[in-house]
Design a protein around this ligand. Structure first.
Ligand code: WTA
Length: 672
């Protein structure tokens, strides 16, 4: 079942009493105001309709707001028509903002590019014409596998412009992961690059695409029984200049295709419920879920939250969200939210410590970043590097700080406030998910008195609860499961190709309620504190990983008979992947001969990197003789987590064989 009782942080969190009210000056100028809550609770649907009307331009205005008759699939603003790219780009140019900078790009090697909204319009128009010339039609799926360069944003918008559905695959995922996502969505085109810069070196991407499409575009046809790849063309951005293999007839250089295309293109108006994108995320089974979002409702909530949660003043702010476009945060708060709102934003290609540990703060100072949105894992890493590093840069431009992706511990929150925000800037701890599409629970700067470590309150127009096993709301001061009780505009519309899984995963745990998979607690004021996942999903450096998916990767190696993976608490990454493996007997003997299995661990870590991607590599691999299982054969991860976290092992009475934990402890020399 669930492991919410495992969460060790509860008491610490609830003893947190510090609050930080907004300054009068900030509050007076804030976009958000307290009346939004009463307005939205008086007429929730009209509240969202008004946001949709004022924040977006519609080709055909909608007359319906919400149709929930097909629950759990919502339809928002369904009789309206619009185009996402038009809203993100063209209308700013049409309204005289063409000269405003949209993207301030900083490459890892230090190269820079500035794109105004007018530049962006010409780029996306050329790219849209190029996609059309390569046969991409409205409704087709396009896979995007790119580094964090302006072309990633342009590629997404160009898809949206022609009504094609993008599926961005994080550049750190392996060829195998890319292949399964391409196949699941039946993508007909892939947009990639020769490579990108990472940690001071060019890092290749194209070979993974070649491998993912392996054989399919080959003149000899598919290899063996593998089904033919649905991909007809690969568009390749030249970023690093490294040499690439080339499949004639399939591969096309991005710069050639764009040069040949006109910069005039009419955006295709689609229905509000037309799918905008698919984004794969880890679930509790081995197969990633293709979460899909549609156009009108998604854009409405993304624009509303970007404007109010970050207090964006488009004329003067410089926004920087450090997320990669491969994740939902990059979709909602790099590509769509900021551009819909006409913001100027920084995008940075590389890692925070290349070439030095002050790189981020150097970027903040260089561009005068005013709003910074990042993840707790990055904050904790910078904390570890020491206060003197950010102290070496002028951070006085910052006025709002955001956090996302995992619970932020009060200590990291306070450090962020003090060292980065100079005790001045509000911090917004924003809770949301790939599935929710946009921020759901967060303080509003200028309105909410913030508490270190708490996401606090559902946004105006959003209804959330913390419930017990029986779906009853828990009283203040108690913990339970986080649920969303009313449909919201940017909610997922399903899992691509598997609506049953959508119903089973999110809507079956509690009748009529969306089950988020997170544990939460309400404090005495009714504010919400997130406590982490209650299912078999881990959160490593703010990235979602499935225990089952990594277990499947491990058992696909010929040496491994069985595997169990747990997320163990880690001071920097939030959680770390710890794997327990049982080797097949023929290999077990070999390990016995060579002594401890250092090679085995290295080999298996590389295997996981190949199957899923380097982010999924276990931090620790422990070779064991047995795994703790219940009588029904379910692995008791709770006990393995105790071992991984060096705790006294908990209750073992439900184990089929209660001696197993003792064996594991002995085998590991007392439990690590
Ligand atoms: C976790 C990222 C605590 C949570 C936008 C959720 C958080 C999962 C927070 C979604 C937060 C995200 N506080 N936990 N502020 N934000 N999470 O889909 O467990 O990559 O279910 O979306 O991250 O991760 P995802």
């Amino acid at each position: 079942m669930t492991d919410s009782a495992d969460q060790p942080t509860l008491d610490n969190l609830l003893s947190e009493v510090r609050t930080f009210p907004p300054s009068a000056e900030f509050a007076a100028a804030a976009n958000a105001h307290a009346e939004m809550y009463s307005w939205a609770s008086a007429d929730r649907l009209e509240f969202w309709a008004e946001q949709a009307r004022t924040l977006l331009d519609w080709d055909t205005p909608f007359t319906e707001v919400l149709d929930w008759s097909g629950a759990p699939v919502a339809r928002w603003f369904a009789d309206g028509r619009l185009n996402a790219c038009y809203n993100a780009v063209d209308r700013h140019v049409a309204e005289g903002r063409g000269d405003r900078v949209a993207l301030l790009f900083e490459g890892e090697p230090g190269d820079t590019r500035t794109l105004t909204y007018a530049d962006l319009k010409s780029e996306v128009s050329r790219a849209a014409n190029a996609l059309t010339a390569l046969g991409v039609r409205t409704g087709d799926r396009v896979a995007i596998y790119l580094p964090m360069i302006p072309e990633a944003v342009v590629a997404m918008l160009a898809c949206a412009r022609v009504g094609a559905i993008h599926s961005v695959v994080f550049g750190g995922f392996s060829a195998e992961a890319l292949r399964s996502r391409i196949d699941d969505a039946q993508a007909s085109l892939v947009i990639t690059a020769d490579g990108g810069y990472r940690r001071g070196k060019p890092s290749a991407l194209k070979p993974a695409v070649d491998e993912a499409l392996g054989g399919a575009a080959d003149a000899l046809g598919p290899i063996g029984d593998a089904p033919a790849s649905p991909v007809h063309h690969v568009l390749v951005v030249r970023r690093t200049g490294q040499s690439v293999a080339w499949t004639q007839g399939r591969d096309v250089w991005w710069h050639d295709a764009l040069a040949a295309a006109s910069d005039v293109h009419e955006p295709v108006a689609v229905e509000a419920e037309h799918p905008l994108f698919i984004l794969y995320t880890s679930g509790t089974t081995g197969k990633p879920k293709g979460i899909f979002h549609t156009t009108g409702g998604y854009l409405t909530q993304v624009a509303f939250t970007h404007l109010n949660v970050f207090d964006l003043k488009a004329e003067t702010d410089v926004f920087w969200c450090t997320a990669d476009v491969g994740w939902i945060t990059g979709h909602s708060y790099v590509t769509y939210g900021p551009l819909i709102n006409g913001a100027t934003q920084v995008i940075y290609e590389g890692t925070p410590d290349t070439p030095h540990q002050g790189r981020w703060w150097e970027i903040v100072a260089k561009y005068g970043v005013t709003i910074l949105y990042t993840a707790p894992t990055a904050i904790r890493t910078c904390m570890k590097w020491g206060d003197s590093i950010p102290a070496g840069f002028d951070l006085s431009s910052l006025r709002v700080l955001g956090s996302v992706g995992e619970p932020i511990n009060p200590e990291a929150w306070m450090w962020y406030r003090r060292v980065i925000g100079h005790d001045r800037t509000p911090i917004v701890d924003t809770w949301w998910q790939t599935e929710t599409g946009a921020i759901m629970i967060t303080p509003l700067p200028g309105v909410t008195s913030t508490k270190p470590g708490s996401a606090q309150v559902p946004l105006p127009g959003i209804r959330a609860e913390v419930v017990d096993e029986m779906a009853q709301p828990v009283p203040n001061g108690s913990g339970g499961y986080l649920v969303l009780t009313e449909p919201w505009p940017s909610m997922l519309r399903g899992i691509w190709g598997d609506q049953q899984r959508f119903v089973d995963t999110y809507w079956s745990r509690f009748e009529g309620l969306y089950f988020a998979g997170d544990g939460a607690k309400k404090d005495d004021d009714g504010d919400i504190w997130l406590l982490g996942r209650v299912d078999d999903v881990m959160n490593v450096s703010g990235h979602r990983l499935s225990t089952t998916e990594i277990e499947s990767a491990l058992v696909s190696h010929p040496m491994v008979a069985e595997a169990a993976v747990v997320g163990a608490t880690d001071a920097t990454t939030g959680q770390a992947v710890v794997a327990f493996v049982i080797l097949r007997s023929e290999y077990r003997e070999r390990v016995d001969e060579v002594g401890e299995g250092a090679d085995v661990a290295a080999e298996l870590r590389n295997h996981v990197a190949k199957e899923i991607g380097p982010i999924a590599k276990p931090r620790t691999i422990l070779v064991v003789a047995e795994l703790p299982k219940t009588r029904s054969g379910k692995i008791m991860r709770r006990l393995l987590r105790d071992v991984a976290e060096h705790r006294t092992v908990g209750d073992v009475t439900t184990l089929a064989d209660s001696s197993v934990m003792a064996q594991i402890a002995t085998g590991l020399g007392g439990g690590s």
